[in-house]
Design a protein around this ligand. Structure first.
Ligand code: NAD
Length: 354
């Protein structure tokens, strides 16, 4: 559930930014700095109203705090929204004006890419502030974060497979990948290499052509509905949010859900439906943290191997969450929230003392 009242949601700080000359209107939401500076991307989107923009930034920044906590990062959770149509108003001046607002927070908030913002935009923002990640490789950045996102999803999926079938591999399993975009493509590679049988779908004909040419072994189906109803062991939503609703859960034949898409549960309560049907759901924000791990590494000076090692640990975190869920008798999504809250409280307390 979303709310547009920061007091009710427990955010530390919400900053409204305006620059009349460039038309910039932005809101930066800092949910928590308990673990360190808040990190989260900037969404550039034509919201219908300021209330809608505020509700989104409050919701997203809270989500980042949980994701970063479970990724083992020394970073808190934040997010920003720029309210406007990027096609119409995005300009160097607007992005730089935004960068100056980020700089003015003195490092309490680090930004990155999100819907509507791209690596070259981060390079522009970086001309005004140090507190930016997701820059291009030429500028010392981490570049394309979908590489480690896919790697992390694969690790989370291995942990889920081990939990259900006793072995941490997808060898011999049928995995359904919905969405062959930046992340889905890398994921298909890892799965094929591991010996899984991949069934996939995408709405974009070019993505299907990619699969036919580079992975002829992949079995393509018409749409996500057909994929959900197919005889698959694992379902990997890698397209848009809301992939799991009442109808999908009822039709799903897979025993495991683990994928890259953000906000896979269409509404709260779906985690319970999945558990009731005996389907193991590896929480999206746990298994898709490889991207934020990749860009966060930029803060120390980007090192791909170090970042990959961190993303590999998504296997261990997912394992721990699935065990905790069994012990506590709750769905994995609830266990994940509890673990994140515990880390924020314990480490946050130490940092508050020193
Ligand atoms: P993308 O836009 O490159 O790929 C999405 C793909 O899904 C596209 O090929 C699109 O055609 C396809 N698609 C859209 N609707 C579909 C439908 N109904 N059925 C089947 N396919 C459909 O995006 P991406 O970067 O690969 O990200 C995929 C998901 O993972 C998104 O939800 C994103 O928020 C999430 N995610 C991405 C990253 C990252 O680093 N890129 C990190 C964390 C989470």
């Amino acid at each position: 559930a979303t709310t547009d009242d920061p007091e009710a949601t427990g955010h530390e700080q919400v900053v409204f930014c305006q620059d009349k000359q460039t038309g910039l209107k932005a809101i930066i939401g800092i949910y928590s700095t308990a673990l360190g500076p808040a990190l989260g991307g900037t969404r550039f989107y034509p919201y219908d109203s300021e209330e809608a923009a505020l509700a989104d930034v409050l919701d997203l920044s809270r989500g980042m705090a949980y994701k970063n906590a479970l990724a083992g990062l020394d970073l808190g959770g934040g997010k920003a929204v720029i309210w406007g149509d990027p096609e119409q108003v995005k300009s160097e001046a607007l992005l730089r004006a935004y960068g100056r607002f980020v700089e003015s927070l003195g490092g309490r908030y680090y930004t990155a890419c999100d819907v509507g913002t791209y690596v070259p935009d981060m390079d522009v923002i970086a001309r005004e502030t140090r507190y930016v990640t997701g820059r291009s490789v030429e500028h010392g950045g981490a570049g394309d974060s979908s590489i480690l996102t896919a790697w992390g999803v694969f690790q989370g999926m291995r942990a889920a497979a081990e939990h259900v079938w006793g072995v941490p591999t997808l060898r011999g399993r049928r995995v359904g990948v919905a969405g062959l975009g930046k992340v889905g493509k890398y994921l298909v590679g890892h799965l094929s290499e591991d010996g899984a049988e991949v069934v996939a779908t995408d709405v974009n004909p070019r993505a299907l052509d990619w699969a036919r040419t580079t992975h002829p072994e992949v079995h393509l189906v018409d749409d996500a509905t057909a994929l959900v109803a197919a005889d698959i062991d694992v379902y990997a939503p890698c397209a848009l949010g809301g992939a799991l609703d009442d109808d999908t859960v009822a039709a799903l034949r897979a025993k495991v859900v683990a994928g890259a898409a953000n906000n896979q549960l269409a509404h709260s309560g779906v985690e319970k439906l999945l558990a009731d049907r005996g389907i193991l759901y590896a929480p999206d924000y746990v298994v898709n943290a490889g991207g934020v791990i990749q860009v966060a590494d930029e803060i120390e000076g980007f090192d791909f191997e170090r970042a990959k090692l961190r993303a590999t640990r998504i296997y261990d975190t997912t394992r721990e969450i699935l065990r905790l869920a069994d012990t506590d008798g709750v769905p994995p999504a609830v266990a994940a929230d509890r673990l994140a809250e515990r880390r924020m409280a314990e480490i946050g307390r130490l940092r508050a003392i020193h």
